[in-house]
Design a binder for this molecule. Sequence first.
Ligand code: FRU
Length: 483
Amino acid sequence: MTDKDLQLRSQAYEEVEKYKEKVESDYHRLKYHLMPPVGLLNDPNGFIQFKGIYHLFYQWNPFNTGHGAKFWGHYTSKDLVHWTHEEIALSPSDWFDKNGCYSGSAIEAEGKMKLFYTGNVKDEEGNRETYQCLVESEDGIHFEKKGVVVNLPEGYTPHFRDPKVWQHEGVWYMIIGAQSTDLQGKAVLLSSTDLKDWSCLGDITGSQSEQLGEFGYMWECPDLFQLEDKDVLVISPQGLEAEGMLYNNVFQSGYFVGKLNYETAKMEHGEFTELDRGFEFYAPQTTVDEKGRRLMFAWMGVPDQDEDKQPTIEYNWVHAMTLPRELVLKGEKLYQNPPEELKQLRKNGVIHTGVEISEESTSLADVNGDVVELIVEIKGNNAGSFEINLRNEARVVYNFHEQTVTLERNSYAKQGTEKRQCQLSELKELRIFLDTSSIEVFVNEGEEVFTARIFPSQNDKELLFKAENGTTICTVKKWDLLK
Ligand code: FRU
């Protein structure tokens, strides 16, 4: 390790120590989601199961709650539920990453863990440079930087980053989020046989390509994987305009389903579908685990979306990861559900069957709390709408006439409430994960998901049910979630 590396690491650890008590005194510290020990967390990086252990790295600025020269923080787990915070994996200590070890991915090769990340560099005039870098580790805990393996190819601006690497028929491929010199967002494919020498094959799709019209000025954090017999390209495009219920966040994350032709390096695909219908969700990354499951984490935040107004900043930390989700492709649609391991958290189960909900706001015996899982199965309905009010901070509403699901929350940035919605022809089930300052709603076993940060008061643990213009009959199950 270089002196610079040692120095940056010890400064980061000092920061952790200095604010530990203050950070931990925040009621809104989450109970079963991953967070930074201090400072700012953004993208999930290097998600992999290596020698049986799940590793999740994250973009981390330990020095303040804004963005800056990122480190890679590191968590490990045996079961996706109980996580250990490991020592820092990467610090921005070299000439090729001095302004940030930006996002990237992990693979296993030759029995080693190998990381690929973007070295972000700004020169004296503030001009950006980008380097794709390789790192190796024998044990998945100690990392050795191997330096730059990809320089910026022609045709792209230095907004060229976030390498995701995989193997296909004996060849390694890397997909990169990019901006072409005519300022269009692109997903760029590279290939290699030895992980060191990479050739650029060009963009497989992007804004202003044959299949898409105008589709953003920059594409971040690509991921490409096979599910069933199809290829799925996950991407976070920047620059989409809101269209009714779609694209209401500052930046989006979603996917295209189709087929990547590895010979021509072009992907034929269908339409873009947002992965999440809520407020805070960005830069998802997947891996396939030893059970063969395609698992995904995302950042429970969005760049430039009132980040500086997050209430936890007062306690010197900001942002968290979503829960992990297992992805299953049904036709052209990704279904997302928490992996079954999450059931380990369930304590104090309560069940109410044949519950009739109507006009009057109703609470149910022992159905309340701040760190809970709630399952509501709809058994019958003649109401116009059905609503769950969560801690007077968020409301999930299904409108049977309009066939819409709505997540409404009290805004932490502005006065009043704000909402996100999607169209859904039928409501069968709502599965809601509440943590002290987050909500994740899985609708109809993962057909749609809404994720948001919410900041309820500590004392309000009320969960209320209501239906309008009729009655909804349901089964309600509730658990406290405890590690
Ligand atoms: C996405 C992103 C990535 C970049 C990283 C820097 O949120 O902007 O494109 O690598 O964050 O932290």
